[in-house]
Design a protein around this ligand. Sequence first.
Ligand code: FUB
Length: 523
Amino acid sequence: MRNKLFAGLALIALVAPAWAEETRQISVPGNPILADGDYYSTDPAPFVADGALWILAGRDQAPPDVNDFIMGEWQLLRTDDPKSGKWTHYPDIAKPENVFAWAEEARAYAGQIVQGPDKRYYFYAPVLEKNSDAKDRFAIGVAVADSPTGPWRDAHPSGPIISQRVPVVNDIQNIDPTVLIDNDGRIYLYWGTFGKLLGMELERDMVSPKGAEQAIEGLTGFFEAPWIMKRKGVYYMLYAGNKAGSTSDCTPAVYHACIAYGTAPSPMGPWTYRGVALKPVSSTTSHSGAVEYKGQWYLAYHTADAQGGGHFRRSVALDRLDWDDSVTPARIRTVVPTLRPQPSLPPSRNIAPAASVKVSNEPVPVQYWIKSLNDGITKVAPLPPDMWGSWSPSNPASQWIEYRWDKAVTIDGSRIWFWNDQPAGANVGVAPPAAWHLEYWDSRAKGGWKPVPGASGYGTQSGGFQTVSFPPIHVRCLRAVMMASGDDRSHAALAVQEWEVLALKAMRPSARDANRRLGAACS
Ligand code: FUB
């Protein structure tokens, strides 16, 4: 797939001088920066060095049907002018097993590069320890180099500076390091995931602990991906938060994250939650870093928006981060993600994206996402946020999902893609429906939900579209009514990855409005 054109827009590969037969000059009109699916780039950590803006990133290498973080190496992106869209790409600046003799390959997780007091560059890198009896072998190593591009060598060859065994025993997963060198020269390291965040002061050698690990509290909904920074005397911590729920300001679905942030008057707190800097992106994980460059702040983050992208095939994006200085401490204005110009979509008979959605099981359990029903995305290996679902400890015998259009539409077909984690006929978990059918709201006389007449048949298999056709019918509200499989004791739950409704003629799809409000009920 190397050097393929994405969306008809040029990605120009030139050969750069000296060390860098591998570097590539990229000219991009927007996000993601690497968008053609050739190199995925993830967990961005921006920094300024030699007058340029750099982004350290991991590299997702999982095949499309594998849900795992297969990440063999780190890479760099560099620009002198983010607005120009011109970047130099340095693939493979380091691999865990080449830099750290004690590390295993393929888990080059989210790192950060900072310039130390000795002007050399220090790379805080979470990797898997090869020979460790720790329950969780993730550990943070530190590499050092004279240039961001390396060569990187282990700054602490005796092993990681943080693990479940050093400097003291801990029981967290030791990943996602972030470092601040304060104006007084003191150095602070923070790290953690799965809701646990630790912080520690480091000596000026950048590797030795100075003082004890401390739990960082007060960052509401903290999940992972901390990013420490300081502006106008205030300490800011960005992080991936997943305080999920239907009324959450962060995310309605637990498998998604927003980038939230808190502030503190000193590096170790006390921390106060302040709000959301970036709403959930298209990948389940969200990971960001912010930096000021030539007077403008930027937020680097990743998404699943590149060609062939996914939750484990993520790509780095960069957008402006603006401050509201009318309040104290200054507030981060919610970042507006931008995309490069997208190819116009071909005409389609599917008019589901123009509908608003109502379902029988509101509030939808936080592991599912109602918006995925008509987002036009189907995946071979979807995760729970890629579907609407209904699992609960006690599942009813039936559920429905409903589309409402602003005006009545004439339709003659529908396609639905069920998802399951249990076989057909199961009475637990999520299974394909035992049966399903379409109903429309009949507005004549007293009105009422009626089966769509003349339907060709309702397949119940999962893992692909089940298609039904019927004589044209004029409707404003349409339901897919699903009967769960099960028995006298219990029923399985139901899940749908995508539900399409087909108009008679293909038309140009109107822009999808993800924030569309629920349309008026038909009843
Ligand atoms: O890339 C692997 C992991 O995914 C990172 O460590 C997390 O922050 C999340 O982005």
